[in-house]
Design a protein around this ligand. Structure first.
Ligand code: SF4
Length: 148
């Protein structure tokens, strides 16, 4: 059975970022040649592209995902979208996520307080859910494929 890799779609060349741009990463694509690639982007199908930025916001010890200007809490919508993706794709050996994203970031996402001051770095909502769900997968971000 071919091994599967879930990869943030913007790293694959899709123009699904909030600003309509991509973050295509050829080194990553080359390194995962042996894998069946499963593109993943929870934000574009829900909010369209381009779209308002979103942030991880911490309030009274609870983290949520909030839109930048309209200040709307979109945590539930995003969690539902990610859950539905995980149901469709129950298995993966590798997961490579886009760093610093409020959805995809793995330990690199800015966590803001209510005044939008960065108070920590942590996981985006999808990274958090993937860590719980894909227990045996190797999960990393695109920095794995670049010398630091
Ligand atoms: S970082 Fe994640 S949510 Fe953001 S555009 Fe890329 S795949 Fe979509």
């Amino acid at each position: 059975m071919q091994k599967k890799a879930i990869v943030s779609a913007c790293l694959l060349g899709e123009r699904c970022r909030y600003d309509g741009k991509t973050k295509r990463d050829d080194k990553l694509l080359d390194a995962l040649k042996e894998y069946e690639i499963i593109p993943f982007c929870p934000e574009a199908p829900l909010f369209g592209t381009p779209r308002e930025k979103i942030h991880v916001m911490e309030k009274e010890g609870r983290r949520s995902i909030v839109t930048d200007e309209s200040n709307k809490d979109v945590t539930t919508e995003l969690a539902d979208e990610i859950r539905s993706f995980m149901q469709k794709h129950p298995r993966a050996e590798r997961i490579v996520l886009k760093s610093k994203s409020p959805s995809c970031g793995l330990g690199t996402t800015p966590i803001l307080d209510e005044t939008k001051r960065c108070v920590a770095t942590g996981n985006g909502i999808a990274a958090e859910m993937f860590l719980q769900h894909y227990k045996t997968a190797k999960i990393s971000d695109e920095n794995e494929f670049h010398s630091r």
